[in-house]
Design a protein around this ligand. Sequence first.
Ligand code: PMP
Length: 544
Amino acid sequence: MADPARIRDDFPILDREVDGEPLVYLDNAATTQTPTRVYDVFREYYEEYNANVHRGIHGLSHEASVAYEEAHERIAEFVGASGGLEEIVFTKNATEAMNLVAYGFGIEEFGPGDNVVVTEMEHHASLVTWQQVARRTGAEIRYVRVEEDGHLDMEHAAEVIDDDTRMLSVAHVSNVLGTINPVSDLADLAHDHGALLFLDGAQSVPNRPVDVEALDADFLAFSGHKMAGPTGIGALYGKRHLLERMEPFLYGGEMIRHVTFEGSTWNRPPWKFEAGTPPIAEGIALAAAADYLDEIGMERVAAHENDLAQYAMDRLSERDDVTVYGVPRGEERSGLVSFNVDGVHGHDLSSILNDRGIAVRAGDHCTQPLHDRLDIPGSVRASFYVYNTEREVDTLIDALENARERRDELVASDRFHDRFADHYRSPRNAGAIADPTFTKHSAETSCGDDGEFYVELGEDGTVAEIGFESESCAVSTAVASMVSEALTGEPIGRALEAETIVEELVDGRYPDLRRECVRGPAEVIAEAAREHLEEGEPAAVRTD
Ligand code: PMP
């Protein structure tokens, strides 16, 4: 078992307070903290050998180039890539690594008749990317079902993967359900049909031993900032022959071998994919993060996270107002737990927890289709790393006590303008209306909450009636109520200024950290009005 007491000393940030409460950082699936020795790399680099790589015949450039190349070698070793440096491309993050394969391989090689298979539990980074490949190439996209217990339906996988499948793209570990997917089985399935396996390792490489060759993955993407490394760096592993076959996705310096006015030839991997000046210090720091994790031992990291997740599941199961999603208690999972507390929206719960110094994430975690599949607008996710403790889990569980009352107190507190409490307690215009002129669902905009506006216009283009249904947080619900009241009897064009209306109503006093919860519904109704006006009925709209 990892020893968090000792490990915590390496992370000074863990000693800080948030509004007078000791920080309990449980948002590690979004970004982990970085140990001193990793960010010391930046000081050392900038104090001692800051220079561009591969371009200078001088000492500093040589030192930087050697360190940067060694960092690739180190990362290759960390994920079991025996081909070394030539199989590791440094990118900005996991998302860019996926896009690199999407552009360099998918868009180049796929076409009508081909299909790409992803799963319902994919992060948007992979799901949206492959959707775009399908759209641009005419390939079909297919989704492997996720079962209620958080597992992939492997029978369904075997049905949807066929001889026309070119790529199977799977999250090694789900960032919501904690599921550790059976990669070797999936690799066999893909390879039996001549398809390739793209592994999204964003949640696995930081948290458990990953050996690309043992798993027989063709590609693997991951990010530095989730594995005790810095932001601004991620990596793509690709089997060497595939990287050689792939087209570059960015063009410019470094990635070329020979350039003439007639055309250019490409450098060898990985440089072929690292156009321009790369993230040098970040790459070297990523290797330092790999060293740090290897010293602890990735088996230990995984065991520690699983222990904490099991403990959290046990403690959460003591509460009858909590629903937990994903793989069942007792089964090995990665170090995260997603849940909801009855009657308390995740954003409100996050606010309440933040008041106790606890950082968690609430929302759809970039997996909207998965949340649709679970039939919930969002969830709260507590995610653990090697420095977290059972005591911190206890702090989280204690903070869930009386969550509804605390939410109500928060909304009524002097941290919120009185209007929020008033509209939240007595929402005006709540409920659907019959035969509206148009409706707008909030999930169609950036709000991320679940709600619907219904608008009935009079003949003169003014709002005759407006209603809304909301499964959103207290702040968003109050804003929907304020906006609906303010717009009644007004020209629909006034809805374009919905955010200004709210801002004036609350004298610019947005609740702490909840700007997006205010903006969400205001954007929804403004967007609805814009769409309606653009659809060609402006003549009916008064502008006075
Ligand atoms: N895939 C998964 C499973 C993730 O959890 C994340 C990050 N939340 C990503 C991909 C994207 O990572 P990044 O934002 O660092 O590119």
